[in-house]
Design a protein around this ligand. Structure first.
Ligand code: NAD
Ligand code: MG
Length: 387
């Protein structure tokens, strides 16, 4: 492909995960457009080494400090600088030579790298929705004081971004976030109650990391996406709706004041929203699997069922209460999901633990960064004691 665009240096935070590896695939297919300069990972040092050998960043960072020596032994002979720990990951997100930071780490660990990247004025391709869940109001304020801009990677938010392009924001009446409904969409409550993590990990349409796959089964993911949309698009919670669309072809929709609805469609494949964010809302050629409209026999929509999927109601709770509530919900969810993945608790214990943690945590109306850090810590301890 010929282009007059300068090459963009990217930092991939969470490079070894589902979004991270797909981001690196896209960068490798367009070497004239993207150069990975920093790769980070949680604890999978072998996978980080493998990716660094292929993509040759200047810096590789592992969160787990006990793996630092292994990383250095493998990569320093190749001239790749190595570092370890959460602070080093946050620094990697804000390196002077980085143009765009891709936040593809999971959970709360995305917050500090995103904050550093905004403070350093980077473009951000945001996959880590938990950043906006934990600290949406704080991030909104930081963005207002920075040249930094967020481009959503989450497929629903990318769809809305695409639908809003060229439109007058004051003509938007509602955002519809579509949901696949997850693996338990058609199950009765009693059967869901005894479902194991191995059942919940069988997502019908998307292949993703374990944590977001469980969040999809509980529909906590959809609650998080409603909160994410609140902060990304500056829209009041009363104008946000989730709608179940089991085919995952319509990625989300925008309704306008004249009653018209725009939707973005495509196969369920994260390459498109990742590439759209990498290009700062521009399109790359080379769709892997174009959607065959003639083969589509049905597109259906149904109301989500909050009785079987109570976590969905937590978006409303979080946005109504505000303050540090969503930070508490996120922390308790991370602890509960990790326990569910180890078969230590049942499916509906996830919701119970979140609600009980919310009841026991102190409410902070206008948290600053240190309050979010403290709330996350306290809520994790409380949720852990409730397992
Ligand atoms: P994943 O579990 O596959 O990968 C997570 C990455 O983060 C890995 O590189 C891992 O090493 C790293 N990591 C984990 N814990 C860490 C820690 N404490 N410190 C530093 N690094 C850590 O996750 P994923 O499915 O790629 O999801 C990443 C983010 O993107 C999540 O916020 C998820 O909600 C969001 N997202 C994912 C998808 C998808 O299709 N996978 C779609 C939309 C949004
Ligand atoms: Mg999504």
């Amino acid at each position: 492909m010929t282009t007059d665009k300068p090459i963009k240096n990217i930092a991939v935070i969470g490079a070894t995960g589902s979004i991270g590896t797909q981001t690196l695939d896209i960068a490798a297919r367009h070497p004239g457009l993207y150069r990975p300069v920093a790769l980070t990972a949680g604890s999978r040092v072998d996978e980080l080494v493998r990716l660094a050998r292929i993509h040759r960043p200047r810096l590789a960072v592992i969160a787990d400090e006990s793996r630092y020596r292994d990383l250095c032994r493998e990569l320093e002979p190749l001239g790749i600088e190595c570092a370890a720990g959460a602070d080093a990951i946050a620094e990697a997100a804000a390196l002077p030579e980085v143009d765009m930071t891709v936040t593809a780490t999971v959970g709360y660990s995305g917050l500090l790298p995103t904050v550093k990247a905004i403070e350093a004025g980077k473009e951000i391709a945001l996959a880590n929705k938990e950043t906006l869940v934990v600290a949406g109001a704080f991030i909104e304020q930081l963005l207002a004081e920075s040249p930094s801009k967020i481009y959503p990677v989450d497929s629903e938010h990318s769809a809305i971004y695409q639908c809003l392009k060229g439109e007058d924001p004051s003509a938007v009446s509602r955002l519809y976030i579509t949901a696949s409904g997850g693996p338990f969409r058609t199950w009765q409550r009693e059967r869901i109650a005894s479902a194991k993590a191995s059942d919940a990990l069988k997502h019908p349409n998307w292949s993703m990391g374990a944590k977001i796959t469980i969040d999809s089964a509980t529909m906590m993911n959809k609650a998080f996406e409603l909160i994410e949309a609140r902060w990304l698009f500056g829209i009041d919670a009363s104008r946000l709706s989730a709608v179940v669309h089991p085919q995952s072809i319509v990625h989300s929709m925008v309704e306008f004041s004249d009653g018209g609805i725009k939707a973005q469609l495509g196969v369920p494949d994260m390459h498109l929203p990742i590439a759209y964010a990498l290009g700062c809302a521009t399109r790359l050629p080379g769709a892997e699997r174009p959607l065959s409209l003639a083969d589509l026999s049905e597109l259906t929509f149904e109301k989500p069922d909050a009785e079987r999927f109570p976590c969905l109601t937590l978006a409303d709770v979080a946005l109504r209460r505000g303050g540090n509530s969503a930070c508490v919900i996120n922390a308790a969810n991370e602890i509960a999901v990790a326990a569910y993945l180890r078969d230590r608790i049942g499916f509906y214990d996830i919701y119970r633990i979140i609600c009980e943690t919310l009841d026991r945590c102190d409410f902070i109306a206008s948290p600053g960064l240190s309050d979010y850090i403290q709330t996350n810590q306290t809520a994790r301890e409380i949720a852990g004691s409730l397992l």
